[in-house]
Design a protein around this ligand. Structure first.
Ligand code: NZQ
Ligand code: ZN
Length: 392
């Protein structure tokens, strides 16, 4: 077991109609002038944005709005948001939507609180020394950005998708009403469930410092999401299932399922980020398309974990060799992904990269991780290319 720090300062307000508490929460955390930042319009269509602005009007909190954060959110809008905040003297950010709107809001927060180009942080050139305080109203259970320290932004020039993590960006509060996720297209619900599972699995498949309590939490979380993802395929308005998945999404990425280990593997995410940057695919679907191919490449180097996962999460019978059990577990995950409408290769994902494009993604990925990375197995550029090729 490794030493660890666990820091989750986000106040979670969970349940039906909790968005009505937004003005009180902004006041509690000192906000007087707010930027409400959202995505492509789902919050306008659902009426959520209107409810939020009405609540702020009634409470006498002034605000400006900025929509347009796209999935795989763009740096250009971040710059626009930074200028707007400075001009309007905004002192609090409210991200309303999914990971994209929240991550874009976090990036705006860095840009306002620090001098210079905000991309420097995502380009690993320097570290942020603060972030404007941020609150969140979540509309899709997926990334865990509502409690995480991460923000992932795509620079349009060169289509470079990079993440930056610091505790400064952890939201002050997260309003989570599972009912708000009921307007999601089924595909986005499934993408979200996949991402939640992947955040747990990235931390689970490691070669360092595993802890019994962390494993038990991770395995319970994975079983819960698997079960409720299947329920939501048939019954998308099931409140209990929406709630289980929503809370799992936060716990999967607030650090809880990584306590005591070496921090996790994260190579499936890194490989997916190149896909998201280049082809603008939905993050969860990109992860599903890569994972099985990553797993078959690395499992022999992390066999006890793959075996344990097969038995405890995927309900594989304990018969045959460890390798056979591990492989059955990998196949069962892919079968599960297909059963919720997720792809298990790039063709099913709808992209068909050329050999040159695969090589470019591997090169950018290796560059992005400083040469090589991974805990289940350390991957270099050549290994990354092999996994991309196997995913075709
Ligand atoms: O943009 P709008 O119109 O709101 O539509 C969105 C978008 O099209 C729609 N949507 C969201 N809530 C809805 C809804 N439609 C109807 N009803 C609702 N209630 O769903 C689509 C996807 O939204 P998005 O915010 O892009 O999804 P997600 O939360 O999966 O975020 C993905 C982004 O987060 C990054 C991903 O790489 C990707 O860029 N990640 C962020 C992380 C973090 N900050 O910790 C970690 C993750 O691993 C991930 O990398
Ligand atoms: Zn993710």
């Amino acid at each position: 077991m490794f030493d660890f720090k666990y820091y989750t300062p986000t106040k979670v307000v969970f349940g039906k109609n909790t968005e009505s508490k937004v003005a009180d929460l902004i006041k509690e955390f000192g906000g007087t002038k707010v930027l409400i930042h959202y995505g492509g319009g789902s919050v306008v269509r659902s009426g959520l944005l209107k409810r939020v602005t009405d609540t702020l009007d009634q409470a006498g909190i002034s605000y400006v709005t900025l929509g347009g954060a796209v999935p795989n959110p763009h740096l250009g809008l971040v710059y626009e948001g930074i200028e707007l905040c400075k001009k309007e003297k905004v002192d609090f950010l409210l991200g309303v939507g999914g990971g994209s709107a929240i991550d874009s809001a976090k990036a705006i927060g860095y840009g306002v609180a620090n001098e210079g180009d905000v991309w420097d942080f995502y380009d690993y050139k320097r570290k942020a020394e603060g972030c404007l305080p941020l609150g969140v109203i979540l509309t899709i259970a997926a990334t865990g950005s509502e409690m995480s320290d991460s923000s992932v932004i795509t620079k349009e020039e060169g289509l470079i998708k990079r993440g930056y993590s610091s505790d400064y960006s952890r939201p002050k509060f997260a309003i989570m009403n599972p009912e708000l996720t009921m307007t999601l297209p089924d595909y986005q619900t499934a993408c979200g469930c996949t991402d939640i599972m992947m955040h747990t699995m990235e931390r689970y498949f490691t070669n360092g410092g595993n802890m019994e309590i962390t494993d038990a939490l991770a395995e319970g979380l994975l079983r819960t999401v698997k079960k409720n993802a299947l329920i939501l395929c048939k019954d998308p308005k099931n409140y209990e299932a929406r709630a289980e998945v929503m809370w799992a999404g936060s716990l999967a990425h607030n650090g809880l399922t990584g306590c005591g280990n070496d921090g996790g593997d994260w190579m499936t995410h890194k490989l997916e980020h190149e896909l998201g940057g280049l082809y603008d695919v939905a993050h969860g679907a990109g992860l599903a398309a890569i994972w099985g191919n990553w797993a078959r490449y690395v499992y022999k180097d992390c066999l006890p974990r793959f075996k344990r996962f097969a038995l405890n999460v995927m309900d594989i019978e304990e018969s045959g060799s460890d390798e056979e059990i591990a492989l059955k577990g990998i196949e069962a995950v892919e079968e599960f992904y297909r059963s919720i409408g997720m792809p298990t290769n790039l063709r099913e994902l709808g992209v068909n990269p050329t050999e040159e494009e695969l090589a470019l993604m591997a090169k950018k990925c290796a560059l992005g991780v400083g040469g090589e990375m991974g805990s289940a197995k350390v991957l270099n550029e050549e290994a990354m290319l092999s996994i991309y090729r196997a995913s075709m």
